[in-house]
Design a binder for this molecule. Structure first.
Ligand code: ZN
Length: 282
């Protein structure tokens, strides 16, 4: 039952009373770098579950939304899944995938969930709300039934995509989705056990006040356990690695409406929270 935040570069446990600094509360047993926590995830969960951090000597503190940086700021690998919702595959005119469609978002595009995102000159920048998985254990050749036990937690992400580059020269999914700021994730990490139904969460994307996307993660063609099974059959997933799991229908490309300077993109997932990106001119 744990929520972890990256508050201005320091790992914090979120409690009813507020945030608790993990390095200080653990007397240095765990470092302040949230990315390093995933290397010792089970040990960390044991410590967090003991409740020894709730000390009167170290009172919980309040924080601001803008303090929240990415819960996995420096993943070794970042995977993206294409066409993973039937209604989105249909709106793109593509056939339903028979195999998992995988690309990468290069790790330098990862940011916290409350940043300005720079548009691209002559570009068509689009929104995609996505459930983001952060790995808590190395996973190599993991079967779907054991996949959830390798997950540290879930976040909200936006898979910003510049469509001209994405579809240029054959297909350049990885480049078109990796401009700086194109991988916001947050607002914090929620462990799967905190969610009653981690395989069925409502997710939505608003541009300004208009609902552009609204779906449920239960509609994924390849659910989280299958994604982990399929990727880990080829590539070992490492602690702290990140997977953007695909987006439901309602993207700008299908609407003929791309993002403009001044637009606000709000992505939300039930039981996790919301992230908000401000689009600014190139
Ligand atoms: Zn996507």
């Amino acid at each position: 039952m744990t929520r972890i935040a990256n508050l201005l570069g320091r790992a914090a446990l979120l409690t009813e009373e507020g945030a608790v600094d993990i390095e200080r509360a653990s007397d240095g047993r765990f470092a302040s770098d949230v990315q390093a926590l995933y290397e010792r995830w089970e040990e960390f969960l044991d410590w967090a579950g003991e409740g020894s951090h709730t000390s009167a000597e170290l009172p919980a503190f309040e924080f601001q939304q803008t303090d929240l940086l990415s819960p996995a700021p420096r993943p070794t690998q970042v995977f993206g899944i294409g066409l993973n919702y039937k209604d989105h595959a249909e709106e793109t005119g593509a056939a339903l995938p028979e195999r998992l469609a995988v690309f990468t978002k290069y790790p330098t595009c990862i940011t916290g969930g409350f940043e300005e995102v720079c548009l691209v000159e002559e570009g068509e920048v689009d929104w995609e709300v996505e459930l983001v998985v952060v790995m808590g254990r190395r996973a190599h050749r993991v079967a779907d039934w054991e996949a959830w036990s390798h997950v540290a937690g879930l976040c909200v992400g936006t898979d910003f995509s510049e469509r001209r580059l994405q579809y240029a020269a054959g297909r350049q999914f990885s480049l078109g989705k990796s401009y700086p700021g194109f991988g916001p994730m947050g607002p914090w990490l929620v462990t799967p056990d905190e969610l009653t139904a981690p395989d069925d969460l409502a997710l939505s994307c608003l541009v300004n006040d208009e609902v552009m996307q609204s779906g449920r993660t239960a509609e994924m063609i390849f659910p989280v356990p299958r994604i982990i099974e399929e990727i880990s059959a080829v590539v070992p997933l490492l602690p702290g690695d990140v997977i953007f799991t695909g987006t439901p229908a309602g993207v700008g490309r299908a609407r003929g409406r791309y993002l403009r300077a001044g637009d606000t993109v709000t992505c939300s997932i039930e039981g996790i929270g919301s992230i908000v990106s401000q689009m600014i001119a190139p």
